[in-house]
Design a protein around this ligand. Structure first.
Ligand code: NAD
Ligand code: MG
Length: 384
């Protein structure tokens, strides 16, 4: 069997390193052809020496010379910066691009990869939040596979296998509720980034961990689900499920519901996306019903966690609104992590930023990239 050649964008991050663990376990099936990192040159070099890809990209251009000299003996091509990222996804031998970059920086490389007919394994949800309509058009136009890595969307995708002729009535995205589930606004006024960075069920990169604490992550996932599965916003519901065992649920038109469940471990949806349509045996820990007396469900506290409603509203308003929401959120999270604004101040900043810009109805890709940029400038000015 021909091996599947995979480019991992963001290989030094939480998803990227777990993807390499998965690939390491299937040397007969999967091969790494590209690795990329933003700043962590040491880890990128170590990964490249272990997996011997054709090429690597280091985002930070000043580190390029160091990476080159460290990989010279292996004949690995070294690219730098955003341009390097866009070039490298087009390499002939790549079959699939796993996009595990954080933030809207993942958008352009996804577009380039689709245009070169590469299948996409998508962890970078911001790609679909910013430009979901355009991306799904490209996916159809170039006839590539778009496989979700986000656990909720992987769950929905798995529930839909064999159901292509059966319309979805609605979906439930499950949310753990994050570290501040059950807390009120009084409590949240004074929470620190250290508290917000402690997720009860998942270990992830800093940005998505803060998004999970503020429920913006679930808001971004609602938008991601709309585009991936072609749903109306009214068909997407969110329910809090603190144990994170049921990863999401599809309800069909006869009222029957399918759920996908398992222990919370991102390696599972990563492996599913990389090896689809086959399910490969692995040694991951199995769920044991006897360890769980109950699985519980709660309503989201939308008054306390306002980001979820802001995300729903952006989807209802349409056009460039989700792009603006996302850019404002990226600035808000960075400002919170830099101790410049408070936890609750993030929603205020996003709302204020969104109020300052008028809606663009049918933005092109270039429009969205410009709006993403402008929104960041507006949001940053509001932080000061
Ligand atoms: P992370 O911060 O751990 O890693 C991000 C990776 O992207 C790193 O390799 C970094 O070098 C690279 N990167 C960062 N900024 C970049 C830029 N401007 N240009 C190019 N590369 C850049 O993040 P993560 O937790 O692995 O998340 C990655 C994506 O996957 C996010 O979109 C996140 O929402 C999504 N996701 C993550 C998880 C998880 O468990 N970590 C689960 C579901 C979805
Ligand atoms: Mg998720």
């Amino acid at each position: 069997m021909k091996k599947k050649n995979i480019a991992i964008l963001g290989s030094t991050g939480s998803i990227g390193t777990q993807a390499l663990d998965v690939i390491r376990a299937f040397p007969e099936m999967l091969e790494v052809s590209v690795l990329t990192a933003s700043v962590n040159a040491d880890l990128l070099i170590a990964q490249a020496r272990a997996f011997k890809p054709k090429a690597v990209v280091i985002g930070c251009e000043t580190k390029c010379a160091r990476v080159k000299s460290a990989l010279e003996d292996l004949g690995i091509a070294v690219y730098a910066g955003d341009k390097g990222l866009e070039e490298v996804v087009q390499l002939e031998e790549i079959d699939m691009v796993l996009n595990a970059i954080v933030g809207s920086a993942g958008l352009r490389p996804t577009v380039k990869a689709i245009e070169r007919k590469k299948d996409i394994a998508l962890a970078n949800k911001e790609t679909l939040v910013v430009a979901g309509a355009l991306i799904m058009d490209l996916v159809r136009q170039y006839d590539v596979a778009m496989l979700p890595v986000d656990s909720e969307h992987s769950a929905i995708f798995q529930c839909l296998v064999g159901e292509q002729d059966n319309p979805i009535e609605k979906i439930y995205l499950t949310a753990s509720g994050g570290p501040f589930r059950g807390k009120d606004r009084d409590f949240l006024t004074a929470v620190t980034k250290q508290q917000a960075l402690k997720h009860p069920n998942w270990v992830m990169g800093a940005k998505i961990t803060i998004d999970s604490a503020s429920l913006m992550n679930k808001g971004l996932e609602v938008i991601e689900a709309k585009w991936l599965f072609g749903l109306e916003v009214e068909q997407i519901d969110v329910i809090v499920h603190p144990q994170s065992i049921i990863h999401s649920v599809v309800q069909f038109q006869d009222g029957s519901m399918k759920a996908q469940m398992g222990l919370p471990d991102m390696k599972l949806p990563i492996q599913h996306a990389l090896t689809y349509p086959r399910r490969q045996p692995n040694a991951f820990e199995r769920f044991n019903f006897r360890n769980y007396a109950s699985l519980t469900f709660e309503e989201v506290d939308k008054d306390t966690f306002r980001n979820l409603e802001l995300a729903y509203q952006s989807l209802k308003d349409g056009g460039d609104r989700p792009c603006v929401l996302n850019a404002a959120n990226e600035i808000a999270v960075a400002a919170f992590l830099a101790d410049e604004i408070s936890f609750l101040g993030m929603s205020d900043l996003i709302e204020a930023t969104m109020c300052q810009q008028k809606i663009v109805r049918k933005p092109s890709l270039e429009d969205l990239l410009a709006i993403d940029n402008e929104t960041r400038i507006v949001a940053r000015s509001l932080v000061k």
